[in-house]
Write a protein of this length. Structure first.
Length: 307
């Protein structure tokens, strides 16, 4: 695990459409000083309002993870936050000219290329980890999430849908969080929905930007995407990707063993808010002499620069 805080080495820009708004969005990511955190800045608004990634700013978890402060929104942040968590990026300014982060291809894979290309800069301040001191569990009917104190972040996640398409009836994954594991096991997994949900979502003013280019759509017995699945367990992998992103809303990397059943954004947020409200954790730093690796990286591509 990494000892020091990190930011990006160079500015990143990208564009796309919002999954739910269907509107074009331009994003510019710049380095930020130590202890800044992840801060979104709405540069389409004259006052340049800032919204920091924090449980206090989490709101309206309806088919996405959204942030809000003083009536200003940043929506669908989960895939970007998952990638930031995997790369160990602690401090950023994210300038965005609309209210929703672009969906890109429906996964976190595009962010791998963007962050590798920009490079990661190590900063001269130690990273703080949120270490649980007791078990925390949240439930909604038969759905649940349990967080157990640990020295690292791992997830055992299970999905189970009452549906005729076999591959969503039951899938499970065991995942230990690191950059290499994220790239191999989660990053390319896309968001998904059932065909009967599409019209209902649109009636609620959602999924205006959704298509087979950025989501898996499931009909009665198969998927509608002509290119098929990217991996056999893509559905549970994506739910786990979402969970990793939602946990990063805590503002610090979480150290815990997570067990989930039928997870979703609302349940993920419930766990985050329960941990935050109960203050059942301590913020810890790693010792320079602990012998831990500062950052796993993909050989030949990933670069860390000293501040």
């Amino acid at each position: 695990m990494q000892i020091y805080q990190q930011t990006v080495a160079r500015e990143i820009t990208f564009s796309g459409i919002g999954l739910h708004t269907g509107e074009k969005v331009n994003v510019r990511i710049t380095p930020a000083p130590p202890d800044t955190g992840i801060v979104f800045i709405r540069n389409d608004i004259e006052s340049l309002p800032e919204i920091k990634v924090s449980p206090e700013n989490t709101t309206n978890l309806f088919y996405a993870t959204n942030l809000e402060k003083d009536g200003i929104y940043i929506k669908t942040v989960e895939h970007l936050l998952a990638a930031l968590s995997a790369f160990g990026i602690d401090n950023l300014y994210i300038f965005i000219d609309n209210e929703e982060v672009p969906i890109l291809d429906g996964s976190a894979a595009p962010y791998i290329y963007l962050f590798e290309s920009a490079g990661i800069k190590k900063q001269n301040r130690k990273r703080k980890y949120l270490k649980l001191k007791e078990i925390v569990e949240v439930k909604e009917e038969d759905k649940y999430l349990t967080a157990i104190p640990s020295n690292y972040l791992s997830v055992k996640n299970t999905i189970s849908f009452n549906h005729t398409y076999r591959k969503v009836q039951y899938q499970t994954i065991s995942y230990t969080h690191s950059l290499n594991n994220f790239v191999k096991l989660l990053a390319k997994a896309r968001t998904f929905c059932f065909v009967e949900e599409v019209e209902w979502l649109k009636s609620k003013g959602l999924a205006k930007g959704g298509s087979l280019d950025n989501a898996i759509v499931i009909d009665k017995y198969n998927i509608l995407n002509p290119t098929g699945l990217r991996m056999e367990n893509e559905f549970v992998a994506h739910k786990t990707l979402d969970l990793i992103g939602d946990l990063y809303v805590l503002g610090f990397p979480l150290l815990a063993e997570i067990e989930g059943y039928k997870t979703g954004h609302a349940l993920n947020a419930k766990l985050v808010k329960e941990i935050y409200a109960r203050k059942c954790y301590e913020l810890v730093e790693l010792d320079d002499k602990s012998g831990t690796k500062e950052q796993e990286k993909i050989p030949g591509t990933f670069q860390i620069e000293n501040l």
